[in-house]
Design a protein around this ligand. Structure first.
Ligand code: LLP
Length: 445
């Protein structure tokens, strides 16, 4: 369903709540989030994945948006959550996630962080360093009787593949800090086996390692690359199996992009993406006869999961900001100053991201009757922060703007609130949450 609409007599609506009701709350700038939109997207992931694998899970990557009402909504859908720090672990528990539905990933975990989570009954742990893997396996085997639950450990594989996205969002190429190269893992297993007195001892020590994880980048708009990723996973799984390590858990990461500029691109649809991944996995696994012993012919014994962030929350939220004043340096340089800034809406300044923007409330409604003023011009929408990197849009084609007009920036649910900062000692924007057509919670921050 569409998040926003305009209805004659009601003006602009966000998930059926009229903008006037939102403006009455008197918070600007503000993030307005539809929790139904969040649940809807988690459900699409879950129902599509279930069609292929009876053992499955979605772990929502909460780095995209960690607001408590969003986490609680995801938790109610029965999905799990993907965390990358002990702060996120605590926020997930506070939102009601069972520790067993939490997956702890991250490229630089501290020992005190993974210990707290493992002792708390963590369900899944993704590891990106062979030294870390060794420390964790040693810790588990030393404490085996004390631990309530042994997490399923997955190894993050770096498949060395180039993907099309912003350079900061690529995570699976040779120059990337993430994951372990297949050759390195192979070498490590061969060496470490020699440390153990016999193969039984090795097998016991390494038994929590049961999974393979990949995540090659974020804001990905093409599905093609995923068949190459799956080939690499299968290669790694066969090697593990040959060495008495039994992989029955595959974590396909997150990364599905959203159409920020309002254009629908190949692969943006969640179910198309999940279906492509799952059917490719089942088809390609047919070539690996050995793995059938473990997984079954149709991979029916395999546990498959995704850890999406952006595609769950980006489109659930609109960022609203009010016009302060305008300045025209020349015909080509029209500035519109708003009360939101790069620290509330950082993606344009960090990634040069272009979020669609619209005027949703004209303070002076007389204005709408005057055709000459409705002619659109090119604006730079800028904030009050003291640097030129502080822009929300470099080129927004909008009509003449006046004080207190309200601008909406779309797809603002992912990596906006979660990356917001207090730079210039600015207050964080408030958050308004809508569910079933009503405002149910306001966080003032
Ligand atoms: N799993 C891992 C291991 C990740 O590193 C990430 C995102 C995800 C899952 C979720 O990916 P998603 O489905 O959201 O693409 N701040 C950037 C995005 C950084 C993504 C970091 N990792 C942005 O605003 O575009």
């Amino acid at each position: 369903a569409k998040l926003t609409e305009r209805k004659i007599g009601h003006g602009f609506l966000i998930d059926n709540v009229p903008l006037s009701k939102i403006l009455e709350c008197n918070h600007s700038p503000v993030y307005v989030t539809s929790l139904n939109a969040v649940a809807e997207r988690v459900n699409i992931y879950q129902t599509t994945l279930k069609k292929y694998f009876k053992n499955n899970s979605i772990f929502y990557a909460m780095k995209a948006n960690f607001s408590n009402p969003i986490l609680k909504q995801v938790q109610e859908t029965t999905a799990g959550v993907d965390i990358v720090s002990i702060g996120e672990w605590r926020a997930a528990l506070k939102a009601g996630f069972s520790p067993q539905k939490i997956c702890f990933a991250g490229v630089g975990k501290k020992e005190e962080e993974w210990r707290e989570a493992i002792e708390g009954g963590l369900g899944y742990l993704n590891v990106e360093h062979l030294d870390e893997l060794k420390d964790i396996l040693n810790y588990i085997s030393d404490n085996i009787n004390k631990l309530k639950f042994i997490p399923v450990i997955s190894l993050r594989l770096n498949p060395c593949l180039e993907v099309k996205t912003h350079p900061h969002l690529k995570t699976g190429a040779l120059d990337s800090k993430f994951g372990i190269l297949f050759e390195h893992f192979e070498e490590w297993v061969i060496n470490i086996k020699q440390v153990f007195p016999n193969s039984q001892a090795f097998q016991e020590w390494i038994s929590p390692l049961k999974g393979i994880h990949v995540h090659v980048g974020s804001q990905l708009m093409e599905n093609k690359i995923f068949s190459l990723i799956i080939e690499k996973i299968l290669e790694c799984a066969s090697f593990m199996f040959e060495n008495n390590i039994k992989p029955y858990h595959i974590d396909l990461g997150g990364g599905l992009g959203v159409p920020y500029e309002g254009v629908s691109l190949d692969g943006t649809d969640i179910s198309v993406h999940v279906e492509f991944f799952c059917s490719t996995l089942i088809n390609l696994a047919k070539k690996y006869k050995k793995l059938h012993i473990l997984w079954g012919n149709q991979c029916e014994n395999l546990f498959v999961c995704f850890e999406p962030g952006r595609s769950i929350v980006a489109s659930s939220t609109v960022f609203l900001t009010k016009v302060l004043y305008t300045k025209h340096n020349s015909n080509d340089h029209n500035f519109c100053f708003v009360d939101g800034a790069m620290n509330d809406f950082p993606r344009p300044s960090i990634y040069n991201a272009k979020h669609q923007c619209e005027v949703v409330n004209f303070e002076n409604s007389e204005f709408l009757k005057q055709n000459s003023l409705r002619k659109k011009i090119h604006w730079q929408i800028v904030g009050p922060v003291c640097e030129s990197g502080d822009f929300l849009s470099k080129d927004a084609l909008l009509p003449k703007l006046f004080k207190n007009d309200v601008l909406a920036f779309f797809e603002a649910g992912a990596y906006c609130r979660s990356m917001a900062s207090h730079y210039n000692l600015r207050k964080l924007p408030a958050e308004i949450f809508i569910k079933n057509g009503k405002i149910i919670e306001i966080i003032e921050n």
